[in-house]
Design a protein around this ligand. Sequence first.
Ligand code: ADP
Ligand code: ASP
Ligand code: MG
Length: 403
Amino acid sequence: MLIVQKFGGTSVGDLERIQNVANRVSETKKAGNDVVVVVSAMSGETNKLVAYAEHFSKNPARGEVDMLLSSGERVTASLLAIALSEMGFPAVSMSGRKAGIVTDNVHTKARIEEIDPTAMNKAIKEGKIIVVAGFQGVSQDGNVTTLGRGGSDLSAVAIAGAIKADLCEIYTDVSGIFTTDPRIEPKAKKLNEISYDEMLELASLGAKVLQNRSVELAKKLNVNLVTRTSFTNEEGTLITKEENIMEKPLVSGIALDKNQARVSLVGVKDRPGIASDIFTKLSNNSVNIDMIVQNVGHDGKANMDFTVPKGDLNDAKSVVESFVKESEVDAVSYDEDICKVSIVGVGMKSHTGVAAKAFATMAAENININMISTSEIKISMIIAEKYAELAARALHNAYELDK
Ligand code: ADP
Ligand code: ASP
Ligand code: MG
């Protein structure tokens, strides 16, 4: 088999753990497989590099940030290749560029445009283990780019697609995908399998165990994706097509996203085109909008609330305040102490009462719901951040996910 194995930050967190990864990779090779390894930076390393840049500037050039951040993954890639070679397993590390990962030029959140697998295929043919530095690529004009936080997952899936690997294993610090973050609810249960669509919702709604774009790509390329731990031999969770899944629970999981902020616009002029004007301007300033709620207008004015990732709040502020200046909006307020708690499950498509139960659960805990949004397979609620863990545990219990 041709297998891609990705090891996250904790799995390569120190030299001993890198040796542990080398042992595991060598076992896979010894069993007769070809292996392409993708590594993250040592845990904490990327945050440390971000802080270094911020020491000098609040707003460093994003191209420089990419040069800096991409270095973390190169350290682990080369160390792992050295460790493997020393054990008698010929190995070669590759930067994103060498691995042929070509991206657009949107620094710090670049998208992969294509992968030229020539160098990887050549090394595989020579019997070498390849260790690719995750999270990075190169733009058409030759600049180093990074793929957004958690982007090594995306590197692994994209490479698995490009070299037509039989399997893509994501090794992390938990033994698979759980019904909710096991650090929040110790009673969370590991799932044997989950559909791409449910995993995509969970990842997009805050479960950082897989980067959401990696799941999207795995679905598109039909990559066999497994999440498991690098610390034991326990079997992980298979992420696959919905039709391959035997038992379809009503609710598969609960996700929590604390990286949310709310913008509330009071007295928005109720005229055709105002929403378009506001949201086009936000989008032109790369502000990511999530939930939007607008109430029915009165006396020619309406209220409008929306949420953004915390990191986009400053950009959002400068946009909406220009509307206050132009008298299109009476007042604005912001709330960073919120979170989004979500319930995900394909079973919702064919069952009623799932949302009612969520609201009843919040009511029983005396938690006020600020905003609600639903889709075919998810229900999301915005609540005060201080209730985040309580809400997640209460919902986990209400849908009997620990059973
Ligand atoms: P890595 O460094 O290996 O990429 P991450 O820290 O990005 O690992 O992701 C693993 C973490 O995701 C776990 O430690 C866990 O706390 C968190 N997590 C959140 N939701 C879930 C979930 N539903 N199932 C498993 N882990 C989850
Ligand atoms: N090191 C990067 C991060 O911390 C990428 C990754 O680990 O996937 O976001
Ligand atoms: Mg990760």
